[in-house]
Design a protein around this ligand. Structure first.
Ligand SMILES: NC(=O)c1ccc[n+]([C@@H]2O[C@H](COP(=O)([O-])OP(=O)(O)OC[C@H]3O[C@@H](n4cnc5c(N)ncnc54)[C@H](OP(=O)(O)O)[C@@H]3O)[C@@H](O)[C@H]2O)c1
Length: 295
């Protein structure tokens, strides 16, 4: 019998892509979400919440390999502690974790530091593991920045900083590749980026071309960005986390291009041009419904 796998985060940006790939390849896996109705139809699913520590061990009982993805949350380290403890107790053999580009406990940027802390937890957990460190997904221009782009102006405090954005499907393809022979990849970690770094001005120009309409990027100050997030009642930790990503971008710290994708997959990562073509409908504002004139 092959290794039994669980895909967590299966309803998310990268998880959905991975589920499609594994399903297409006929891999036996179970997909997890906090809510079964968020999982794609026809996929074997399981309800799972990293905050429900007592239930995790039971959930991992029949699993050999765990694909573990967790979103940023203030209690991220606690959630990961719950997961690794339960995985160990349940006899999981291998964890493929989605970390983030630049993850390090000594990073000056909160979002990289917290990823670094979870990486260290996994390394010291006694579990076998592999770490994926993808840079920001191109899909960020659909969610969360899609609405701003539909309205025509993207305000961000990233100055002229560049980011080597990665297509989430490329990240999923790497994960699927590793899951074909997970134990071989024990202790590996892969920095995953796109084929070049782009500034937001370049990104909106590529999007403008696709939608045949002018879309602008306006760099704003940190103060403006923080005030706008506070006005939307975003929690202080989440504000700090978002600001740390913006600062890393502005400081040019996430512009590096890694060769890992090419080495693993024997092809170039997808280009932003391809992504923007694929997603163009997302940036087209809905046509206003005109009321018939009153007679
Ligand atoms: N977004 C990016 O650009 C990007 C780039 C590189 C790396 N990453 C890394 O990928 C990770 C996730 O990124 P994201 O925010 O973009 O993900 P996402 O697409 O929003 O997906 C998050 C997933 O986590 C699941 N989830 C949330 N809370 C959970 C809980 N308490 N228990 C179990 N499952 C839970 C959600 O499933 P349900 O809601 O269905 O439960 C969802 O499928 C982060 O660690 C991030 O650093 C993201």
């Amino acid at each position: 019998m092959g290794l039994r796998m669980m895909v967590t985060g299966a309803s998310g940006t990268m998880g959905q892509e991975l589920v499609k790939l594994l399903d297409k390849s006929g891999v036996d896996f179970i997909a997890a979400s906090r809510s079964l109705d968020r999982l794609p139809a026809g996929i074997r699913g399981l309800q799972l919440n990293y905050d429900s520590a007592p239930l995790l061990e039971q959930a991992f009982r029949d699993i050999d390999v765990l694909f573990f993805l967790q979103p940023f949350a203030e209690n991220m380290v606690q959630q990961a502690t719950n997961v690794f403890r339960a995985a160990r107790a349940a006899g999981v053999q291998f964890v493929l974790r989605v970390s983030g580009f630049g993850a390090s406990v000594s990073s000056p940027y909160l979002y990289q530091r917290v990823q670094g802390e979870v990486d260290e937890l996994l390394k010291n957990s006694g579990l076998r593991y592999c770490l994926l460190r993808p840079n920001i997904f191109m899909q960020s221009f659909v969610n969360p920045w899609g609405e701003a782009l539909r309205q025509g102006i993207l305000y961000l405090p990233q100055g002229e900083g560049r980011i080597s954005f990665l297509h989430a499907r490329d990240a999923a393809e790497v994960a699927a590749r590793i899951l074909t022979d997970p134990l071989y990849f024990h202790k590996f970690s892969f920095d995953l980026t796109g084929e070049r770094a782009l500034s937001n001005a370049e990104v909106v120009s590529l999007i403008s071309y696709q939608v045949q309409r002018r879309v602008c990027y306006v760099p704003v100050t940190e103060e403006v960005a923080i005030k706008s997030m506070q006005k939307s009642a975003i929690e202080p930790w989440d504000v700090e986390l978002m600001m740390s990503i913006h600062r890393a971008a502005k400081d040019g710290k996430i512009a590096e291009v890694s060769e890992s994708f090419r080495q693993l997959m024997n092809r170039d990562p997808r280009r932003f041009e391809d992504f923007s073509k694929e997603m163009r409908e997302e940036w087209i504002p809905p046509t206003p419904v005109l009321e018939p004139p009153l007679l």
